[in-house]
Design a protein around this ligand. Sequence first.
Ligand code: GUN
Length: 292
Amino acid sequence: MILDGKQTSIELQNKMAIEVQNRKKEGLKTPHLAAILVGEDGASQTYVNAKVKACEQVGFDSTLIHLPKETTEHELLSQIEALNEDKNIDGFIVQLPLPAHINVDKVFQQVKPNKDVDGFHPINIGRMVKNLPAYISATPLGILMLLEKYNIETAGKKCVVLGRSQIVGLPMSILLARNTTIGNCTVTLCHSKTSNIKKHTLEADIIVVALGIAEYLKGNMVKKGAIVIDVGITRVNDETKKSGFRLLGDVDYEKVAPKCIAITPVPGGVGPMTITALLHNTLLACKKEIYG
Ligand code: GUN
């Protein structure tokens, strides 16, 4: 079975669009997401543009703030402060990666937790760990929404997460271990210092691959009947494409898919769900459902 993130996103976004229409009819506030993009990274521009376009499609307002790559940390922090104080903005994100001269931790600590729809502030991460209401990082949340949509039973399953990034691997491992409906897994978090990763993946019922290494997970690393979630999107040059590149996931799809009972494709799997989860968080922010 293919876990179709594109189709699931369309369905979930259609639901959100109806809710937003109803809010407008009732004279309630229109959700408003802002995004800050620093520099000219091509992939980041594509992702931010996709987020802005998705806002339009569901009837949200959106603001894109594009700053030059020379922007100082101080200037970025001031911009964040302005969005923190702007009553019209329900939530905002700072697109990663940021230029090397900017301290990412400082940046995310500046974002007011109640507007942190990316769920990167330590307060939201702490609340997530404690199973308190929190904004949950969009990619892991999108994966949970996809598992839920396909009624995938997770309780008691052995889950291996590959990659311990702060925005995907680490929160994913915590979320799947929590005592929640989509959760209750026995989780192993593998990373660059893990010895014999294959030994772990071969035992896994569910594998989440979030390494950013094209086609890392091979057919001989997966047991028959596994569920595989591919978070990777690496651009590789391809002269036959108009864009000049194609997208590869972290999974060797041709070899792995035949062994799986369920797998996400790239593109059309986790990517669209990340955007849907961000819209979901923005709607929660507008409705003040997390922090009141
Ligand atoms: N860069 C890659 N993924 C993300 C994300 O989910 N949020 C932000 N802000 N930047 C990213």
